[in-house]
Design a protein around this ligand. Structure first.
Ligand code: SIN
Length: 304
């Protein structure tokens, strides 16, 4: 057996490195490109009930020092039209995880049922977008509200449910425990951190929405600490996200307690081939340490 193959929440992945939601997720072709580049699976863009155009430009700001700020405003074609993108990727053998966002527990449940009907392998709940009124972290930073969503979705679908948590909280462990108690099969962490940039020439905020979500290398230590804390608080698997661009970053997340990882911002530069490079690099690292499987490395830093 290939040492990168892994089974998480009952789903088989050929390697533990997935495309993160939000990057390349809007079309079946780009999801397929990530998978053909070597991703172990792909997470769709977060999809809502109705088409949504998102915020006006500028919606992203990239900076070599700290990474990427985005406030897209959850643009998406709506679940009905998005079906053809998922079907395209599935028809090419891509392992697809469907990401959904809603304003209420019932809306999350309906969207998850629609995703399940499309044939995805698991559902990821976006409980963590840091800048969309009535959505994301406005729900997911309250353990009660988060648990209500997870319970509603769990009773509506048979698929594994992954709760994607916000780092914009003082207490990651409480959010993790609330998701686990409500029946979540896994925790995805982290989404972006709220941040902003101001243009010193125009003297105005750069993003049209003023604040956005920070991603990229700057947030890796924060993602690692979050995964570490949640690993010590729950018994369900964790999917580590935040600032991954090198095989060593993937390995660090595994050691901190992640069973899978998702890569987003780095794909904008590395493209599909980045996934193959990361997978080969992680395989070499496991061999170097005499580890026979990904699961042997999961949480290993806690045991040393
Ligand atoms: C966005 O569409 O603005 C980003 C989504 C997210 O951060 O979850």
């Amino acid at each position: 057996m290939d040492l990168l193959q892994t089974r998480v929440t009952g789903v088989d992945f050929r390697n533990p490195i997935l495309l993160a939601s939000g990057i390349w997720g809007e079309s079946g072709i780009s999801l397929t490109r990530a998978y053909e580049g070597g991703a172990g699976g792909v997470v769709t863009k977060s999809i809502g009930s109705e088409p949504r155009s998102g915020y006006p430009n500028p919606t992203i700001e990239k900076n070599g020092t700290w990474g990427l700020l985005n406030a897209m405003g959850l643009p998406n074609p709506g679940i009905e039209s998005y079906g053809e993108e998922v079907r395209y990727a599935l028809s090419r053998g891509v392992r697809v995880v469907g990401s959904v966002f809603g304003g209420t527990a019932e809306e999350f449940a309906r969207l998850s049922q629609a995703m399940e009907a499309l044939g995805v392998a698991a559902i990821e709940l976006n409980l963590s977008c840091p800048h969309a009124k009535g959505y994301g972290s406005e729900i997911g930073s309250d353990p009660e509200a988060l648990a209500e969503v997870v319970r509603a979705v769990k009773s509506a679908v048979r698929l594994p449910v992954w709760a994607k948590l916000t780092p914009n909280t003082a207490d990651p462990a409480s959010l993790g425990r609330a998701a686990e108690r409500a029946g979540a099969d896994a925790i995805s962490a982290i989404n972006t951190l709220r941040g902003m940039a101001i243009d010193p020439v125009t003297m105005r905020p750069i993003l049209s929405h003023v604040s956005g979500g920070l991603s990229g290398p700057a947030i890796k230590p924060i993602g690692l600490a979050f995964v570490w804390q949640v690993f010590e608080a729950v018994h369900i698997p964790i999917i580590g996200i935040g600032g991954i661009s090198r095989p060593e970053d993937v390995f660090e997340y595994l050691l901190a307690g992640a069973s899978l990882v998702e890569v987003g911002t780095a794909v904008m530069e590395g493209g599909g081939p980045l996934f193959g490079q990361l997978a080969r690099g992680v395989s070499d690292i496991l061999v170097t340490h005499g580890l026979k499987s990904v699961s042997e490395s999961v949480g290993a830093a806690h045991r040393r």
